[in-house]
Write a protein that binds this ligand. Structure first.
Ligand code: HSE
Length: 440
């Protein structure tokens, strides 16, 4: 049988990793796929650059459109990233009736609905396992392995850079900016590190996970997105004193009022398994009604872990090349005419417990004022830490843990606390989740 011919867009870290994995494991992969898989045409921005993979049999071009228009190519693998020209290239590949494998989370989260509609019209597949959590096969797991479940919620550490920063701050008392610079040096961070630390990268991945978990369209614009830039070393340390760790989580949860879709720093009990996921590693907890709570752990990026997901997608595509398109696994797990229009809840409607840190003047009645504001809004306090003032200082940090409260009420409480003359500056709020098995 003819080998399946791959056109590769992007020959950077992941592109080279993909060629290396396909070369090294070629025989094993062919035994699985039933056909040999060969990269025959590739596009790279700088064709003169030294390559990190063997280039035998690969025609190299600087023009990616040449690859998507190459009539020889069966499957286009898009590893360029970003919106443009990736979107035009993928749409053109689909128009040319080529199957597509992509690692592009931003593209799928923002334009997936349109891309999948075009793919259905042309009878081709668009596979995107590598777009979420690098080497962890989380898309396949939720879409196929958990297909018998009603997924109740998922919560994940889905940005390695952010997790690396929080881990270093906790383990070595380092400052945020210092660790971020190291993450950039080590190549973990996105081209624009704001994507990592402001939660945008995690929002892309969470949007994709929520769609396949709940059978809803991709709705990136409805995801609440908050980064980790305001977390201080002292927050990390107070959280620890209270028995929690701070993790930057993406949470998607089905409630009776709608779907919660949110990325924010979160205090989680230190005894949870996911609280021990450190450094650049990723982990995703998925709760299904039948299976219960499950957790998936692994490398969230890197050349070969990401290539592992890309190659698995290529194998999937090759296996179904001859299958009737209507019998393929749907892109978003649910049949396209069965997507639900359940609303994504505005953040004000979401209920979480909260950690609050504020700078209070060391004077009579300050704590009473703060606790009265909370009580007036029906917010119950679970724990308080008040530190002694440092020598010569007349302000003290006050840390409060609350029970679960509607975000709208907490917003009001924070505004009122910040308006007190005895409170200096802004109140730091970090949401708290216990991730209990019985969290519905
Ligand atoms: N910058 C991303 C991260 C890379 O840190 O997780 C993988 O998507």
């Amino acid at each position: 049988m003819q080998p399946v011919r791959i056109g590769l867009l992007g020959l950077g870290t992941v592109g080279a990793g993909t060629v290396n994995v396909l070369t090294r494991n070629g025989a094993e992969i062919a035994r699985r796929a039933g056909r040999e898989i060969r990269v025959v045409h590739a596009a790279a921005r700088d064709i003169g650059r030294r390559r990190l993979c063997p280039m035998d049999g690969i025609r190299l071009t600087a023009d990616p459109f040449e690859v998507v228009d190459d009539p020889q190519i069966d499957v286009v693998v898009e590893l360029i990233g970003g919106d443009d020209p990736a979107r035009r290239l993928v749409m053109r590949a689909i128009d040319n009736s080529k199957h597509v494998v992509t690692a592009n989370k931003a593209l799928i989260a923002a334009h997936g609905n349109e891309i999948f509609a075009a793919a259905r019209k042309n009878g081709v597949m668009v596979a995107f396992e590598a777009a979420v959590a690098g080497g962890i096969p989380i898309i396949k797991t939720i879409r196929e392995g958990l297909a018998g479940n009603r997924i109740e919620w998922l919560a994940g550490i889905i940005n390695g850079t952010g997790n690396f920063i929080l881990t270093e701050m906790r383990d070595h008392g380092r400052e945020f900016s210092d660790v971020l610079a190291e993450a950039q040096r080590l190549g973990y961070a996105e081209a624009d590190p704001a994507f990592d630390v402001e939660g945008i990268d995690a929002a892309h991945k969470l949007t994709i996970l929520s769609a396949i978990a709940f059978g809803i369209p991709l709705q990136l614009d409805k995801a609440y997105t908050e980064g980790i830039t305001r977390i201080t070393r002292s927050d990390v340390s107070y959280a620890e004193q209270l028995g929690y760790r701070i993790k930057h989580l993406g949470i998607a949860r089905r409630t009776s009022r709608g779907v919660e879709l949110r990325v924010h720093p979160t205090l989680i009990p230190e005894r949870r398994l996911i609280a021990s996921v450190d450094g650049v590693m990723n982990a995703i907890l998925v709760k299904g009604d039948a299976v219960g709570a499950t957790m998936y752990y692994g490398a969230g990026d890197g050349a070969e872990p990401t290539a592992s997901a890309v190659v698995a997608d290529i194998v999937d595509v090759v296996r179904t090349l001859t299958a009737d398109p209507t019998n393929r696994v749907p892109h978003l797990a649910f049949q396209p005419d069965q997507l639900s229009d359940v609303a994504i809840l505005p953040m004000e409607e979401v209920e979480t417990a909260c950690y609050l840190r504020m700078q209070a003047k060391d004077q009579l009645g300050v704590l009473a004022d703060v606790t009265r504001i909370l009580a007036d809004l029906g917010i119950s306090i679970e724990a308080i830490i008040q530190k002694e003032p440092a020598a010569g200082a007349n302000e003290v940090p006050v840390i409060l843990l609350t029970h679960r409260v509607l975000e709208r009420n907490m917003n009001q409480a924070i505004a009122r606390i910040e308006a007190l003359g005895s409170i200096n500056g802004k109140v730091m709020r970090i949401r708290v989740e216990h991730l209990n098995r019985d969290w519905k």
